[in-house]
Design a protein around this ligand. Structure first.
Ligand SMILES: [Zn+2]
Length: 191
């Protein structure tokens, strides 16, 4: 795996116009969940009115999609997230990577269902770790996407000198991604 002119060679291109200018620095990686399946999530992020994007999305099968050149700013930390670690504009200071993961899901009698949002694309999934009392669960990550994710984090750390890894929930306490089942300490150990 290598980066050629800002594009990861193994990634399928899924370009969007939702991005800013050149990155200011290569300080950190911001980690997210798509909260939807990868196809509908990409379609949603390619609409100009969405005004959001990730550099990379890692599918549940380990397939990687790239939406924005690694030379440019992706819009994954929100409009309200203008400051982090005493620095302005967290989007300008590194890369945004999303894992295909539905986040928090809810159960009914037929199986697991997720809350209605237009970009989810599907409503029923199967899950482990069902908490029948609360009727909620966190969607687990697949081994395939965690293996690819760790390889990408290692590559970005080597190529760009990335030294920090943050979940979106670290940047904004109102967010819950990546979800609590994500092995963030293992991923931080790569840096
Ligand atoms: Zn997020």
């Amino acid at each position: 795996m290598k980066i050629i002119d800002g594009w990861l060679d193994i990634a399928e291109r899924a370009e969007t116009e939702n991005h800013g200018g050149k990155l200011l620095e290569h300080r950190w990686i911001r980690l997210h969940d798509t909260t939807g399946f990868v196809g509908p999530s990409i379609a949603h992020l390619q609409k100009p009115e969405t005004r959001a994007s990730y550099h990379l999305i890692i599918g549940r099968d380990g397939k990687v999609y790239q939406m924005v050149s690694l030379a440019l700013v992706s819009w994954d930390a929100g409009i309200g997230e203008r400051e982090f670690q005493d620095l302005q504009y967290p989007n300008n200071r590194g890369f945004g990577i999303a894992f295909e993961n539905l986040g928090e899901v809810y159960v009914n009698d037929e199986g697991w269902h997720i809350a209605e949002k237009p970009w989810f694309g599907a409503t029923v999934i199967s899950l482990e770790n069902i908490d029948w009392k609360s009727k909620r669960a966190w969607h687990s990550y697949t081994k395939e996407q965690l293996v690819v994710g760790s390889a990408i984090i290692r590559l970005l750390a080597t190529e760009y000198g990335i030294s920090e890894l943050w979940r979106h929930a670290d940047i904004n306490p109102n967010k819950s991604d990546t979800n609590p089942t994500f092995p963030v300490d293992v991923m931080r150990g790569i840096l």
